[in-house]
Design a protein around this ligand. Sequence first.
Ligand code: SF4
Ligand code: SF4
Length: 319
Amino acid sequence: MSDLFTEYGEDEDRREGFSDAFTLQREVVPEQVEFDSPTAAASEIKRVARAFGADLVGITRLDPRWLYTEKFSDLSGTARPNDIPMDLDSVIVTAQAMDYELVRTVPSALSGAATGLGYSHDALVVLSLAQYIRNLGYRAIASMNDSALAIPMALSAGLGEYSRLGLLITKEFGPRVRLGKVFTDLPLDFDQPIQFGVKEFCDTCSRCADACPVGAIPTGPPSTERHNESNLKGVKKWSVDGEACFGYWAAQNSDCAICMRVCPYNKDYSRWWARLGQRLAGTPLRGLMLWLDVKLKFGERVKPKDWWARATDQGPSSA
Ligand code: SF4
Ligand code: SF4
């Protein structure tokens, strides 16, 4: 589904959802619906986003530091200025969970389905939400990987904490999420960043860095060091060598998320013991939790043929 949206604008040198924001929307209606307050508007928007299928939703102020200065087209080989208007100063950030069982088969073509499904659900949610806001009489632009860095916006919107592997770690799904965003001029209340012990846990853990086949994840403390021009300047953090990482994807002819699979925060949090484990990982017992995670072989790869065998064992769907 997300590939179809991306191909939709190719005649106009646009790859919507990947390098360009979405344009497949109806016009903004001329009359604006008034809200009692930005708090009431934020509450309605979050409820609607969840009804449209968002697994997580938060809101933050547009921070121009995270907007790309230019968009690059891999179709025409040209760069154009980013066209997100700065007066769309609220950003609604959504997260879609990736399938836990599919991610256990990483790296595999099968696990690519978890990524594709995440993006496809993401496209449905951000397009529906942007149209809802346009129908209320406010401007709204739906966006996925294009236009701006999603992770810093998700951090400001309180969806999770930053980690060594360079991804957002959420309480609900760990690092196993795909992010979307809607830029709007609808006045909304903003959320606050959260902390639940991820930084301290990453200080003691290096499972992602040890498992990365190309050594793209740093093992030391956060720093301002840049691997190459693909890293941000002047931000002290764990920076992944994205060019080494993506080079590995290209060589494999498939995506990779080994770091996501082995991360101790990658759990099925519908299980009570996983929720308890996460709470303990945020305490001085984090060393014990890390030891247990390795001992119990969490994060080990499931072979794709075993995933298919399990699907067969479950028999035909009762739906
Ligand atoms: S996705 Fe794969 S190659 Fe990239 S950082 Fe993670 S483990 Fe390394
Ligand atoms: S594997 Fe360990 S170090 Fe890496 S992000 Fe997860 S918790 Fe942090």
